[in-house]
Design a protein around this ligand. Structure first.
Ligand code: G3P
Length: 274
């Protein structure tokens, strides 16, 4: 499974990249807002275009940049603009298009994202179809030519817990104690958790030899990373703070302390010059 970092903060991207394990980056308007907020709080000048170009130069793998409109023609224009402006920098731009840009009340533009995916992918622009919450949305995105589909695992868990009045912290693994509430099995639309959604999409894509990659997004904790891998996700995009937790285990730290306190000078002298 490839590991992407889900952040717009350049320092975080650089740090994870320095570990040699970074395969790509995902951005969205909220992550860019967070990065801009950080730069402003540090009193730094912001040149957004150069900032994004720096991100592109830092990573050799795919970097997803999202459109901001909700109407077919505008999404296509923005997708082309993103690709033309940024892809020449390192040839690693993926344009992110919401699977359905409708805000719910007006369903006239429900399929505008799909139409935009078709046009842009037909022009050879790789597309990451985002805000995917059902396997059928993923299937339609794949049929439209998307290179990646991004099921939002953490937000599915938020949604199911919210619908079932289950209290939670965003970083909690779900379902922590199984999926029973008052003895009843909790489910939502046949999707039992965010990772279950990822697994269902993987299963459908494998069944039909669909080449679109499954990019598990909205990951909130290390166990979801493990389970995205077990579910067969091609990629997981992971927040910086969660990547930092991936290597932690109490027994690993305890073992380090013990090994270090057991070092004898006879052995240390061979390894150290000082
Ligand atoms: O990759 C999607 C991601 O940025 C959304 O994450 O934690 O806001 O649901 P989150």
């Amino acid at each position: 499974m490839k590991l992407f970092v889900d952040t717009g903060i350049l320092d975080e991207i650089k740090e994870i990249n320095s570990y040699g394990i970074l395969d790509g980056v995902t951005l969205n308007p909220s992550l860019i807002k967070k990065a801009v907020g950080k730069l402003k709080s540090e009193g730094q000048e912001i040149n957004m275009e150069n900032y994004i170009k720096n991100i592109l130069k830092t990573v050799s793998g795919p970097v997803s940049l999202e459109v901001i409109s909700d109407i077919f023609g505008k999404m296509v224009d923005e997708g082309r603009r993103i690709f033309k402006l940024f892809n020449p920098i390192a040839n690693n731009v993926y344009v992110k298009i919401p699977i359905s840009p409708s805000f719910g009340k007006n369903t006239n533009n429900q399929f505008d994202g799909i139409k935009a995916i078709q046009v842009l992918s037909g022009e050879g622009i790789p597309i990451n179809a985002t805000l995917v919450f059902t396997p059928e949305q993923a299937l339609i995105a794949a049929k439209s030519g998307a290179s990646f589909v991004s099921p939002f695992a953490g937000r599915v868990d938020d949604y199911i817990r919210g619908n079932n009045d289950i209290k939670f912290n965003k970083s909690d693994y779900f379902p922590e104690y199984g999926i029973k509430k008052g003895g009843e099995i909790i489910s939502d639309n046949g999707i039992l958790s965010g990772i279950d959604l990822v697994g269902q999409i993987v299963e459908i894509f494998r069944y039909y030899d669909i080449e679109t990659k499954v990019l598990a997004a909205s990951i909130r904790n290390p166990r979801q990373v493990r389970e995205a891998a077990l579910a067969g996700a091609d990629i997981a995009t992971i927040p910086y703070s969660v990547i930092k937790k991936l290597l932690y285990h109490y027994k690993t730290s305890e073992g380090m302390k013990n090994f270090t306190s057991d070092i004898v000078t006879e052995y240390a002298n061979i390894l150290r010059n000082d």
